[in-house]
Design a protein around this ligand. Structure first.
Ligand code: NAD
Length: 697
């Protein structure tokens, strides 16, 4: 039987799900389970049935490979399968180990009894995909563990360890180790006693003040789930378990589930779920490419980035040699790292001995000779080609053969950096985001000569240090910063046309961006953009850049670090307060340009900035800098505060319809203040729009 095995032990039939890696309840498994139940019920020698999972899990739920395909709903679907289990004449006992999640937990809840191994992870995580458990989970879990606990689990999607359910109706026994022997013994006992406990569906939800509790929960969930409809639907489905008979509750659950399936938010979250998985796949790198082993890492530069990157490695137990040019810089870098860890300890996130352990893994040095046994080095020195050249020439002479030489540059040409060494195949870009110990994104920059195993090793290492890695080709700004430059430029142009920084930021923030472009500039430092623009004025004299940002920088208003930028900041505070000085500067600038300000609506502001990302993203895609549109989406959601419920800029554009996006760009191209030359849609975008297709298929 594909998908599950059937065997008989004495008078007990054993049905073992077998669909690696986590026994997803795909079509073949569902068919095999129904077959197994029928065989067992027809066999007079069998008195009871034990259902279990092989390998690493009881069941992780739906088979994600079937998501969005007709197979996901083909009969027997999960609801029908659970009905078969419930209606089995012979008792069905689930023997649960390691993982019981989503549909797997819903299936277990349909069984007559459940024996669970201690340490099993239990969850209904559907809310994370903008959905709710749609096979009875919202009706059965509250009956098994109570309203409050079930509501928390379903609305948050969080994982709870099995031992936390002791004393509830969820598990009849919680045992140490393999639950099978206990399940077989339990089966015999049930058969010999001849009595049958009620099914979970026949229980009622016990909660004396259910209505008051639900009302309180509604208020909390409403205010905390901005932009996401799933938590409220989860809540209403659970509320139905209290108010309605079981079968009516199931119908309500189904209706709320179907409603969510059709939402843009769920479409976006499901897109990101798959985007994350595909980002690690590189078409020309298969399983035959053996990654190199990385047991010790070196960091060059103990500044903002070098310190944060160091923490990533020591957090997972990889020792780091941290090199600086001067003792004072090294001491400062180490003090910052220590301060960060001590902060975490104060908040109770780390124990004092863990702080010492991690600091103990860092070997601060001024001597290049200390790098000779490192398997990888990451350079994070000043963003200046001559400094990078000096560092890479030295690294080339001291690093052992086969060591990976990485640069954290954000704007410089990785191929040029590689050319300073005698081993360009070992050179790669690892573009971390600030703060590097916090941000999930890592852009992995594949140079012209980067060896396949160097890329494979870096992708694997990214997983080890818990980053989401996205591969980018070499270009100025790589994927993320190249796009953000166009986005920020449109923000500046809007100031010239009539907006204030606050108006632009509020429009983007209420649309869902974590931070508008001006607050972001103040946080990152406006001098960073100034430095890049100065370079642009030389390289791209054709590109229209609003001078307003330069005027701001000439006033020394670099942002939070100088207490003033697009906004003003009270000492030690991060709250951006609009500053009349900036508004005066903008008004004067408009007068100099002879621009009569106009009133600009929120929608136009959002479209100008977000479609700028889309158009540049399309160019990046057609140039092959990004491997796929979903990689661009991952970059934006994990690195730039793009709202996950909008799925990233390319996914969002697909939802709007590329035809409509192109029409909006044509309108912007008619506006002489909007940098009309930029708004010629990228050829790929035009073609897809004409063909009625999307970036993501
Ligand atoms: P930083 O100025 O905070 O730190 C640079 C450190 O390098 C300083 O401590 C300096 O003493 C040290 N250094 C300079 N020359 C050196 C040399 N020859 N050998 C050893 N150490 C040397 O800079 P940062 O913000 O950490 O940026 C470092 C790199 O990371 C740059 O290439 C930058 O573009 C890139 N980057 C920065 C950010 C960010 O947000 N700050 C984000 C991504 C990438």
């Amino acid at each position: 039987m594909a998908g599950a095995h059937y065997s008989v032990e004495g008078s007990v039939a054993l049905i073992t799900m077998d669909n690696p890696p986590v026994n997803g309840l795909g079509y073949a498994t569902r068919v095999a389970l129904v077959d197994g139940l029928q065989t067992a019920n027809a066999d007079p020698k069998v008195n009871a049935i034990v259902l279990r999972g092989s390998g690493k899990a009881f069941s992780g739920g739906a088979d994600i490979r079937e998501f969005g395909t007709p197979k996901a709903w083909m009969e027997p679907n999960l609801l029908s399968l659970i009905r078969y289990v419930e209606q089995s004449d012979k008792p069905v006992i689930a023997a649960i180990h390691a993982v019981v999640m989503g549909g797997g937990l819903e299936l277990a809840l349909g069984c007559h009894y459940r024996i669970c191994a201690r340490g099993t992870q239990v969850a209904l995580p559907e809310v994370k995909l903008g959905l709710l458990p749609g096979a009875g989970g919202t009706q059965r879990l509250p009956r098994a563990i109570g309203l409050q606990h079930a509501l928390n689990m379903i609305v948050s999607g969080s994982t709870v360890m099995s031992e936390r359910f002791a004393g509830t109706r969820l598990f009849d026994q919680i045992v140490d180790g393999d639950p099978l022997p206990a399940a077989l013994a339990f089966a015999e006992k049930v058969v010999s006693e001849g009595s049958r406990k009620p099914l979970v569906r026949d229980l009622s939800v016990r909660e004396p003040h259910a209505e008051a509790y639900l009302q309180f929960a509604r208020n909390v969930v409403q205010s905390s789930s901005k932009g996401y409809p799933a938590p409220m639907n989860c809540l209403e489905a659970v509320a139905a378990s209290v108010k309605l008979p079981f079968d009516e509750g199931l119908k309500r659950e189904r209706a709320l589930f179907v409603e969510l399936m059709a939402t843009e938010e769920s479409r976006a979250l499901r897109h990101l779920f798959f985007a994350e998985r595909s980002a690690s796949k590189i078409p020309d790198i298969g399983a035959e490419v053996q990654p190199r082993s990385v047991r010790k890492v070196a960091l060059i530069g103990a500044g903002t980035m070098g310190g944060g990157i160091t923490m990533n490695f020591v957090n997972v137990g990889i020792p780091v040699v941290l090199l600086e040019t001067r003792q004072d810089a090294l001491d400062r870098g180490m003090a910052t790292i220590r301060g960060n860890y001590e902060n975490s300890a104060r908040k109770g996130k780390l124990k004092a001995e863990q702080v010492q352990e991690r600091l103990g893994l860092i070997h601060p040095t001024l001597d290049y000779a200390d790098l000779k046994d490192c398997d990888m080095v990451i350079e994070a020195v000043f963003e200046d080609m001559t400094v990078k050249e000096d560092v890479f020439r030295r690294l080339d002479s001291v690093m052992k053969p086969g060591a990976i030489l990485a640069t954290n540059t954000s704007t410089l040409d990785v191929d040029r950096i590689a050319s300073f060494t005698s081993r360009p195949a070992d050179v790669i870009g690892t573009h971390f985001f600030s703060p590097a110990n916090v941000m999930r994104l890592l852009e992995v920059v594949r140079g012209k000569h980067t060896a396949k195993d160097v890329l494979a090793t870096t992708m694997q290492l990214a997983r080890t240090i818990r980053k989401t890695a996205v591969v980018s080709g070499v270009c100025d700004g790589f994927i993320g910063n190249r796009m953000i430059e166009q986005y920020s430029r449109q923000g500046l142009l809007l100031l010239e046309e009539g907006c204030t920084p606050d108006q632009v930021d509020k429009a983007l923030e209420s649309w869902g961006m974590a931070m508008g472009p001006f607050r972001m500039g103040d946080l990152a430092g406006n001098d960073v953009g100034w430095y890049i623009r100065k370079r642009r004025y030389q390289e791209r004299p054709d590109m229209k850049y609003p001078q307003i940002a330069d005027k701001l920088c000439e006033m020394g208003r670099f942002g939070q670090k100088t207490g003033k930028g697009w906004y003003q900041y009270a000492p030690g505070k991060r709250d951006a307060v609009p500053d009349p000085v900036v508004n005066e500067l903008i008004v004067k600038h408009r007068e100099e340009l002879g621009v009569r300000p106009r009133r600009i609506g929120k929608d136009e502001i959002v479209q100008r900035l977000v479609y700028a990302l889309v158009n540049e993203g399309a160019r990046i895609l057609e140039e092959g800098i990004a491997l796929r549109a979903s990689d661009i989406d991952m970059v934006y959601v994990t690195g730039y505060g793009f709202p996950p419920y909008r799925g990233g800029p390319m996914c969002f554009a697909d939802g709007v319809g590329l035809y409509n996006v192109v029409q909006a760009m044509r309108r912007f191209a008619d506006n002489p203040h909007a940098a009309p030359e930029f708004w010629t849609p990228a050829p790929l975008l035009s073609r897809l729009a004409r063909e009625g297709k999307g970036f993501n298929g």
